[in-house]
Design a protein around this ligand. Structure first.
Ligand SMILES: *Cc1c(COP(=O)(O)O)cnc(C)c1O
Length: 352
């Protein structure tokens, strides 16, 4: 049987040089200054990929840590937060706001398409008394891509701070950081490193809001302010970070990388439609994940098990209200290659 192929919506395939770097001897993050240099080099490289002078930090913990850290660091008791959502990760932000004593207001839009900017603009004209707003760039369970650059611009025109979950989007999807206060990423998605790191790019305005709190941040592990001056509140996972650095270097030219994702996503949708399958979304397709309706009478395991056992390909099912409704092919980073899309869709054909 051919090689094991990971085509899930994250974790994604990890390149050999990234795996090798992760197996090296650990550096002592407290006493070895070369760890510090490496950490800053990687953080700066991400900020330069983002074309921003906002600083980037890497935290030890899978991407969810970033979502919690943004809410933990910004939310004080009674703070009003706008939770903009058209998907499962979008909804989830309300939980973090509640945990830290904030008051979420849910703004919900069509789950089969990108958030409508005109509708949001009309809503904000009447409702804009919020400390910050949360949103998701690519909401992975449905694969919907939101125009977060423009959404943040609207929000900032009312002085609302902006938090963006781009775990399943950047660096595969472009983003304009001008109006983004906190951008969150995860090592295991389009970066194609192993699971375990949160990447947070934070504006001075967001740090100022944290420093201006009346009450202390109610967390240690999820406190972004501790990272501000590149202080490490615990022993950093040096191997995770140096191998992540190799994955960042593997990206190469960002425009080429993003164009490749655009082409691969288009190819994947075409091949899926050629098989007579339906896409979940009406529009707003991301370049990182293709979400396919499960034909009636079947469940997700019918596809997942056969693809794995008969073709050695791992794809994703879903969760929440999309469980057994859709299957998902991830094509991020190392998984975004034409030969892998061909192999996956041919296997899907055989299963059908
Ligand atoms: C993957 C992902 C996360 C991180 O959560 P997981 O536990 O890895 O699923 C957060 N947000 C989005 C949009 C994601 O796709």
């Amino acid at each position: 049987m051919s090689d094991y192929l990971i085509m899930t919506a994250g974790p994604t395939l990890v390149a050999d040089n990234v795996m090798a770097a992760r197996s090296a001897q650990a550096k002592n993050p407290r006493f070895d200054s070369s760890f510090n240099d490496d950490y800053k080099r990687i953080c700066n490289k991400i900020s330069s990929y983002l074309n921003t002078d906002k600083n980037t930090y890497i935290m030890c913990g899978e991407g969810i840590l970033g979502l919690e850290a943004a809410c933990a660091s910004l939310t004080e008791h009674g703070d009003k937060v706008l939770v903009i959502t058209n998907g499962i990760f979008g909804d989830g932000f309300a939980d973090f706001v509640n945990i830290y004593g904030g008051v979420p207001t849910i703004y919900e839009d069509d789950r089969h398409n990108s958030i409508d900017l005109n509708k949001l603009s009309d809503y904000l004209a009447k409702n804009h008394d919020f400390k910050y707003a949360t949103m998701v760039h690519c909401d992975t369970p449905s694969g919907v891509l939101n125009n977060v650059s423009e959404i943040c611009k609207l929000l900032k025109s009312y002085g609302i701070l902006t938090v963006v979950d781009s775990v399943a989007a950047f660096p595969a999807e472009p983003i304009d950081m001008t109006h983004v206060d906190i951008l969150l990423g995860g090592s295991q998605k389009a970066y194609s490193a192993q699971v375990g790191l949160t990447i947070a790019t934070v504006s001075n305005q967001a740090f100022f809001a944290m420093e201006s709190r009346k009450t202390p941040i109610a967390s240690f592990y999820a406190n972004l302010l501790l990272f501000k001056d590149y202080y490490f509140p615990y022993s950093m996972p040096s191997n995770d970070i140096s191998s992540f650095g190799v994955a960042i270097d593997n990206i190469g030219d960002l425009t080429d990388f993003q164009n490749r994702h655009f082409e691969i996503a288009k190819l994947c949708r075409e091949k899926v439609l050629d098989l007579g399958l339906e896409l979940y979304l009406d529009g707003g397709h991301s370049n990182t994940v293709t979400v396919i309706n499960i034909p009636s009478g079947k469940d997700e395991n019918y596809f997942i098990d056969r693809l794995l056992n008969e073709h050695n390909i791992m794809i994703s099912g879903c969760f929440g209200y999309l469980k057994d409704k859709v299957i998902r092919i991830g094509h991020m980073g190392e998984s975004a290659r034409e030969e892998y899309i061909n192999r996956t869709t041919q296997a899907l054909k055989a299963v059908l």
